[in-house]
Design a protein around this ligand. Structure first.
Ligand code: ZN
Length: 432
């Protein structure tokens, strides 16, 4: 499988350039040694190679000649110094970078790669979850969230992330994140649930026709959030816990007792029992404007011991034909915790590393460039056979990127493709 042209490294790199060049730089041009494009692209290159340190990244680049890989592979004309790079990334409003996520998703759609993510025949599963990417007790900005204890105040930055997942697909496709951040002039702090309402609205604006099921943890199975999801013309599968939904669980018991519910029990090859139970059209809570929702529950039982159980509410009518898939969809939410945040935090992307906070947009822009690098790697894992062959040369993801970094540092390449070819089949440099 060769990647289609519009999904190859050069095309994606070109699309980054176009988005970066479209940003209006209102600063005094005479004072700028480096164009905004080169700063953003250098920041992206650092994340692309998962460099843990900006200074190290730059030191290595300076060791290369003027015909550096940064120029041949990433089209950076002049390599910015550390302070200039930070200053520029602090200046650029993160909003300018968000359209890149939809651009790349459309490319996957055009290349027919999105079809394999279809769930229940037509939907796309979109779990949402919050994560923190900066924290400090000293450095802060007006956008920082904060918690105060007796000893100190802790400042932090958080985003709410949405990704497209499928229960059977390893790769996740990130959508543009929603910052959870304070704005000037408001006393009340921003929170994840408000960010969630904004996020579903912006996903709908960016993807007007995509059939979407939002999945979320028990924080989200509340009427105001469900209203926002409905307004955005989306469906939902949201975790509902007995402690948060006493009346709902009581009503489910009553309806089940009079035979208004359904159930299914399956035994798999390993002898484990999968127990499903559902009730359609039950009020979410006791208030009179509460929606009727459809409730389902799942237990996994190996040898008389329940190892996993969970329960959800959804707007999709449940029957014995879709219950197994609905549970898979609800459980696929872990992919945003494991395959996304865990990878970003512990598999080399250093997402919690403090690359710099700045005064305005620096820490957020570092986060976004990191997320875009992750997205590009996921696209190659889906579409690019040469990339996958190189990846298979090392077992761990971190090791692979260390190999890419070393190669990028030691040898000069005409292009990204050239570099991958050399890794895949190294030329015999020392042949007599
Ligand atoms: Zn801040």
């Amino acid at each position: 499988m060769h990647p289609k042209k519009h999904l190859q490294f050069n095309a994606l790199r070109q699309s980054l350039s176009e988005h970066f060049l479209a940003i209006n730089d209102l600063r005094q041009q005479s004072k700028l040694d480096h164009q905004l494009h080169d700063c953003l692209m250098s920041g992206f290159a650092m994340m692309f190679f998962q460099d843990p340190s900006l200074l190290e990244f730059q030191r290595r680049l300076e060791e290369q000649s003027q015909f550096s890989n940064l120029s041949s592979v990433f089209q950076v004309k002049s390599v910015p110094k550390d302070s200039q790079l930070r200053e520029t990334l602090d200046y650029v409003d993160s909003q300018h970078l968000f359209p890149i996520f939809s651009d790349w998703l459309h490319r996957l759609q055009r290349g027919k790669h999105l079809a394999q993510y279809k769930f229940l025949g037509r939907y796309y599963l979109v779990p949402i979850d919050g994560s923190q990417y900066f924290t400090s007790t000293k450095i802060h900005c007006p956008g920082c969230l904060h918690t105060t204890s007796k000893k100190s105040t802790r400042y932090y930055h958080q985003i709410l992330q949405a990704v497209i997942v499928h229960p059977d697909m390893r790769q996740v496709l990130p959508l543009a994140p929603e910052p959870v951040q304070n704005t000037d002039g408001t006393k009340k702090q921003d929170c994840e649930i408000n960010a969630g309402k904004r996020l579903v609205g912006s996903i709908r604006r960016r993807h007007p026709k995509l059939p979407i099921i939002i999945t979320g943890d028990s924080l989200y199975s509340k009427q105001p959030f469900i209203n926002a999801v409905k307004q955005a013309r989306m469906s939902y599968i949201l975790v509902a816990k007995p402690n948060d939904h006493k009346q709902l669980f009581q009503r489910v018991l009553e309806m089940d007792a009079i035979g208004d519910g359904g159930n299914l029990e399956l035994t798999d090859d390993k002898g484990r029992i999968h127990r499903y139970r559902w009730v359609n059209q039950v009020p979410l809570n006791g208030s009179k404007d509460a929606d009727d929702v459809n409730f389902f529950q799942y237990e996994l039982i190996p040898k008389d011991k329940v190892t996993y159980q969970n329960s959800w509410v959804t707007d999709i009518a449940i029957d014995e034909h879709n219950i197994v898939d609905l549970v898979k969809g609800g459980r696929a939410r872990w992919k945003i915790e494991n395959e996304t945040f865990n990878t970003l935090k512990n598999q080399g992307y250093h997402i919690e590393h403090n690359f710099g906070h700045g005064h305005r947009h620096l820490s957020m822009n570092f986060f976004i460039l990191n997320l875009l690098a992750f997205f590009m790697h996921e696209i190659f894992q889906l579409t690019d056979r040469l990339y996958q062959a190189c990846r298979r040369k090392t077992s761990a993801r971190k090791e692979y990127f260390a190999l890419l970094r070393r190669t990028f540092q030691i040898l000069l390449f005409r292009s990204w493709q050239h570099m991958l070819q050399c890794i895949h089949a190294p030329p015999e440099l020392y042949a007599p």
